[in-house]
Design a protein around this ligand. Structure first.
Ligand code: TIU
Length: 222
């Protein structure tokens, strides 16, 4: 057990029942020509956090703690893609269409892959998710119960969409959630700041926030 000087107050960290969940660090969100860019976003902000996310992942691996990766993606036949998601807005290419990295957000396509630097290791849990939240229509709940997780540390993209949605789903399921502030990013710096503020407001209504260094120190001190 270690106490992390997190926000809005100390997080009593029990690494032995903690898993790291790395959300959607995929080429589709980080590289030109992918889904994130198709929505009109500058994806360079995502690339900038890769070394920090890698440090966090390595810290969990070295300590023998579970690392779970998620990927936002759909089946090739689009049977898990609601028209309301596919038809939303006015992107330059839609989910399922062929782009420079293959079919956008489709399982198995080059653009859907997790970035090479952050690739899952053999034995790590990989959750393919059709929604923004990682609990919806996936085996994440069963996996977390199987490994005995009680606390979850979050990294990945984007802070206010898939990370925050998944944290809220996890919080409602009884997990204590902490997001690593510098291992998550948004296409909109103001949305990242607002999401982190919302999460820790009202006495950690959704969870805690701390830096990657603080989480790694917590692992070392536990
Ligand atoms: N568009 C955006 O900010 N995010 C997503 O669509 N997915 C995730 O956050 N992974």
């Amino acid at each position: 057990m270690a106490e992390i000087d997190a926000l809005p107050f100390a997080f009593v960290f029990r690494p032995e029942t903690t898993a790291l969940i790395v959300i959607d660090m995929q080429r589709d969100f980080a590289e030109p020509g992918g889904f994130g860019a198709s929505l009109g976003n500058d994806v360079s902000r995502v690339t900038a956090i890769v070394p920090t996310v890698k440090r966090l992942i390595e810290g969990f691996r070295v300590a023998g703690l579970p690392v779970i990766h998620t990927m936002e993606c759909h089946r090739p036949d689009l049977s898990d893609l609601p028209p309301a998601k596919r038809d939303r807005g006015d992107p330059s290419i839609r989910i399922g269409d062929v782009g420079p990295m293959g079919r956008v957000l489709i399982a198995g396509e080059p653009g859907t892959a997790i970035l090479d630097e952050l690739a899952p290791r053999r034995g790590e849990i990989v959750i393919e998710k059709p929604g923004k939240g990682a609990f919806y229509a996936t085996s994440l709940s069963d996996n977390l119960k199987r490994i005995g997780a009680r606390q979850l540390v979050f990294a990945g993209v984007t802070t206010e969409v898939c990370v925050q949605t998944t944290m809220r789903e996890a919080n409602d399921r009884g997990y204590e959630c902490l997001v690593a502030e510098d291992a998550t990013e948004s296409y909109f710096p103001e949305f990242k700041a607002a999401a982190l503020a919302m999460i820790r407001a009202q006495g950690a209504i959704v969870g805690w926030t701390a830096t990657t260094d603080q989480v790694l120190e917590g692992i070392a001190n536990a």
